[in-house]
Design a protein around this ligand. Structure first.
Ligand code: MG
Length: 344
């Protein structure tokens, strides 16, 4: 992207940050992938494609999981591989129906651990009301992988004539977060680094299908939805500001953050706005429906900390600005490095 100010050349190599969901990922997508495989569907860069097949409106999405460690407080790569793809489908207000699952396993990986992962995957699929309709296994040489990687692809039926999309935000809209920010990223980081927090913090990894479908009744008043995965709230908001050509303003003090997440971020020098979730989303709605949305989300255990955190503006199109608790303003740019690699 122009705004990144860095060219990609053929002599450059992939860095971990290219998988972070921030500026480097954006560069790969814009410079390497879209020029060759882009089309009117893929170029939309929504969480799931919206496909008209016969009379049906189908949502279609794929994602690969390389999380490290494979097991973390609140889940493992198996449950995560279901939640991540189900949630991308849910962000188009689709009812998820079927998944494909591919395992890429390293020689020497314990079958007992693989069984635990498959058990979690199965459980998450049941809870998300999806069936695994296709699957594949590949094995790579010892040292050529990191235990196991999983790819899942999902399809679902879009349940509205007005699916939310990343380019639909309009000035005057309000921005709502479904619950508190950053538990997944901090839980992974603590598990990876062997850090102990005062409270037992679990990943927020969860299926957002039922919570998201609560918003179907908003019809065309629901403009955007984005789950907050890699790159956290900052990436989601920047992608919407860019695609919708609008400005976004959030109030730092209104963003719900668990005290343990805030404490860990302070300790580790992380900005919570950049920390990944796997069971949270933002939605952008017409202003007069925002209170109703928050009340509705709060009825669900996954939406208990739901809050209005900001608004869409005509000013500074393409930029996200945050008002700090002491009245200052700062630009919330996309992640520029690899703050938390291999978070999902
Ligand atoms: Mg997503």
């Amino acid at each position: 992207m122009e705004s990144c100010g860095i060219a990609i050349g053929f002599s450059d190599v992939i860095r971990l940050g290219h998988g972070s969901g921030g500026k480097l990922t954006e560069q790969l997508v814009e410079k390497v992938f879209l020029p060759k495989i882009g089309n009117s569907i893929l170029n939309e860069l929504d969480d799931a494609a919206s496909l008209k097949i016969g009379d049906a409106n189908i949502a279609f999405s794929t994602d690969s999981y390389v999380v490290k460690p494979l097991f973390f407080p609140g889940g493992n790569i198996g449950s995560l591989a279901v939640h991540g793809t189900v949630n991308d489908l849910s962000m188009r207000l689709a009812r998820p129906l079927y998944l494909s699952v591919s395992f890429i396993i390293e020689e020497g990986f314990r079958i007992g651990e693989l069984s635990r992962i498959v058990e979690s995957l199965s459980q998450a699929a049941k809870e998300s009301q999806v069936d695994v309709a296709a699957a594949d296994t590949k094995v790579v040489n010892r040292g050529a992988g990191d235990g196991v990687y999983i790819n899942t692809t999902g399809i679902g039926i879009i349940e509205t004539r007005h699916p939310p999309a990343v380019r639909k935000a309009r000035p005057g809209d309000l921005i709502i977060i479904s619950s508190d920010l950053g538990r997944h990223g901090i839980a992974i980081l603590c598990a990876r680094e062997g850090l102990e927090l005062e409270t037992d913090l679990l990943s927020d990894s969860a299926s957002l299908s039922a919570l998201a479908l609560r918003l179907a009744r908003l019809g065309p008043a629901l403009h955007c939805m984005r789950d907050l995965t890699r790159g956290g709230l900052s990436s989601a908001l920047n992608e919407i500001a860019h695609a919708s050509k609008v400005g976004i303003e959030i109030n730092d003090s209104q963003v719900p953050i668990h005290p343990a997440v805030r404490g860990a971020c302070e300790l580790l020098g992380l900005d919570p706005l950049y920390v990944a979730c796997e069971g949270r989303f933002i939605c952008i709605v017409e202003a007069d429906r925002a209170d109703e949305v928050v009340e509705n989300l709060k009825l669900d255990p996954l939406g208990q900390e739901s809050a209005i955190i900001g608004r869409v503006t005509e000013e500074h199109p393409g930029r996200v600005v945050s008002r700090t608790a002491i009245g200052g303003r700062r630009i919330v740019d996309k992640l520029s490095g690899d703050q938390l690699p291999r978070i999902c």
